[in-house]
Write a protein that binds this ligand. Structure first.
Ligand SMILES: C[S@@+](CC[C@H](N)C(=O)[O-])C[C@H]1O[C@@H](n2cnc3c(N)ncnc32)[C@H](O)[C@@H]1O
Length: 276
């Protein structure tokens, strides 16, 4: 089922931003899902599904006998199918759909870091998982920007200032850019098994999807960036640099974590006395 598109995402997200994010992050999430082994017939929940690439990937893995439920505050880019159900809802105020133990896999990529109720939502997710089910998370984590190549030193300094400005602005707006480092400890404390975390940065080249994502994020946060002392001319130059194949810069750091819900303990038979 689907419902009408609702209130816009608090930080804003354009179609092109969501597609660029998918371009740079999907290979990592596909590998994560391959590691846990999604099976035909399973039920999955994708929270903050965005433009739906992971929802559709999961639908391919669970096949026609499985089910994928996609949830987002803005469902315009999510299409229901025979396998995919789409729910519009604000996960800050509405519980994630489903019954306790109703899902084999729950994914949330670049969502929890944005939500003030992230710890409560993580708890909901573990409740909604069935024993043996997997939680698959991924978030952007604060990291130092490295400029490997730029036309001039001034350009390199500008790139660093703008990318750090993007991260600082998101943090000032309540995005927890250290959440990806905290999630594994919380999952261990919650008794989850096989908690594994991987952090990834790579080089992004001007003109590629990652640098386009930087340019889009800077454009989206332009007003806040000019408040930090950057000028409109600086931001135009940054856009040019992000399109220049000479430029090579480090990516956002992406930290992915997966964890398995333990099976309930089997009651052990009381020891019986040996008889001769
Ligand atoms: C950064 S995007 C990530 C999209 C997708 N998970 C991906 O990685 O490609 C964050 C998504 O979370 C959704 N979102 C943000 N706040 C939300 C809320 N309060 N309730 C439900 N969805 C929300 C946004 O609409 C957006 O689609």
């Amino acid at each position: 089922m689907t419902t009408t598109a609702g209130q816009r995402y608090q930080l804003g997200n354009s179609t092109s931003q969501l597609h660029l994010m998918q371009d740079v992050l999907d290979p990592h999430t596909h590998r994560q899902l391959a590691r846990i082994g999604v099976k035909p017939g399973q039920h999955a929940l994708d929270l903050g599904a965005g433009a739906g690439s992971i929802t559709r990937h999961l639908a391919g893995l669970v096949g026609p006998t499985g089910k994928v439920t996609a949830v987002d505050i803005d469902t315009r880019l999510l299409d229901p199918t025979a396998v995919i159900d789409v729910y519009q809802g604000d996960l800050r105020t509405t519980p994630a759909p489903g019954q306790p133990g109703g899902y084999d896999i729950i994914t949330a990529r670049c969502l929890l870091e944005h939500l003030p109720n992230r710890v409560n939502l993580l708890r909901q997710m573990t409740t909604l998982l069935q024993p043996g089910g997997w939680l698959v998370l991924g978030d952007i984590v604060y990291s130092r920007t490295v400029v490997y190549r730029a036309p001039t030193e001034t350009d390199a300094t500008l790139i660093t200032r703008v990318v750090h400005g993007i991260l600082d602005t998101l943090a000032a707006r309540g995005v927890d850019l250290h959440w990806g480092d905290k999630a594994p400890g919380l999952l261990l404390d919650a008794g989850m098994n096989h908690v594994r975390s991987h952090s990834h940065t790579e080089t992004w080249t001007g003109g590629g999807p990652g640098c386009h994502l930087y340019a889009q994020d800077a454009h989206h946060l332009g007003d806040a960036l000019t408040d930090t002392g950057l000028t409109i001319t600086d931001l135009h130059r940054f856009t040019e640099l992000m399109a220049d194949p000479y430029v090579v810069v480090s990516s956002y750091q992406f930290t992915a974590t997966h964890a398995q819900k333990p099976e309930p303990r089997q009651p052990t038979n009381p020891p019986t006395a040996k008889t001769r």
